[in-house]
Design a protein around this ligand. Structure first.
Ligand code: NAP
Length: 239
């Protein structure tokens, strides 16, 4: 089987490429410029036809956070019906009215119409660590007053590989981390692992986006399939 991975240099994409290669597959990673990958730009369309050509499966994990509708439309233009397209989405894109989530929800619908598969993941451990780091720089740290269910990208990558190998379309599946925990709790875990102490204050923002997070629209406790905890992620070698 030959697979194309868009977003191959990204946080998730790196693990997807490594996992697929470990499992013996031929992998073509797409990047705009990184050495060792096929070069192409989903926004301009340059290089996409060649990148897609000959792939049995396309795992679409590229994002620039703003223009993914256009990027995905450019990709879809070259995907044939006999190629299995697997899209990486986010748990709650249909519930949290963040513009980025809305765009991903629209993309999901396009992928579905084309017979593709969709895997929705919860927030990656890396993202939680980045947020915790950024919000605890000042002498008094901040945390968003809601819960998070972080998941490890290595486990999301493994599930994507299984879907690719299975050959069957997975219409829509949630893949969530093992634990729903308060952001405060997770930030304290981060501070402890970094050997730092900070008082932490909650941040609450008026409006429907924050309300949706607060009511757990981005969580999937019934799909807590991941096993790697935030503590285990922080203790593992940097990836
Ligand atoms: N972060 C999270 O917590 C989280 C949670 C659930 C789901 N997701 C989803 O998982 C997917 C991967 O997220 P991530 O955090 O791993 O992304 P990331 O680290 O930000 O990586 C983005 C990737 O997209 C590529 N890219 C951006 N613009 C491109 C363009 N115009 N043409 C071609 N490639 C382009 C980049 O490649 P180059 O720069 O090398 O070109 C890079 O490999 C996304 O769909 C995201 O919505 C993320």
């Amino acid at each position: 089987m030959m697979l194309l991975v868009t977003g191959a240099t990204g946080t998730l994409g790196r693990d997807v490429v490594a996992t697929l290669r470990e499992r013996g597959h031929e992998v073509r990673g797409l990047s705009r410029s990184a050495p060792g990958h096929v070069h192409g730009d989903l926004l301009t369309g340059a290089g996409i036809a060649d990148a897609v050509d000959g792939a049995d499966v396309i795992i679409h994990a590229a994002t620039d956070g703003r223009r993914d509708d256009t990027a995905t439309a450019n990709l879809l233009r070259h995907v044939r019906d006999d190629q299995h397209l697997i899209y990486v989405s986010i748990v709650g894109v249909d519930r949290v009215p963040l513009p980025y989530y809305r765009s991903k929800y629209r993309i999901e619908q396009r992928i579905s119409e084309r017979g593709g598969s969709i895997l929705r993941a919860t927030q990656f451990h890396n993202l939680v660590r980045t947020l915790a780091r950024a919000l605890t720089v000042a002498p008094v740290g901040l945390y968003p007053a809601f819960d998070i269910q972080p998941v490890d990208t290595s486990e999301v990558a493994r599930r994507l590989a299984e879907i690719a190998e299975g050959g069957e379309r997975v219409e829509l599946e949630d893949f969530a981390g093992p634990e729903v925990r308060s952001a405060r709790d997770l930030f304290q875990v981060y501070l402890k692992s970094a050997g730092r102490r900070r008082p932490l204050l909650p941040v609450r923002v008026p409006g429907k986006i924050f309300r949706a997070y607060r009511s757990g629209g981005h969580l999937a406790p019934a799909s807590a399939i991941g096993t790697i905890t935030f503590e285990q992620f922080l203790a593992s070698p940097p990836r």
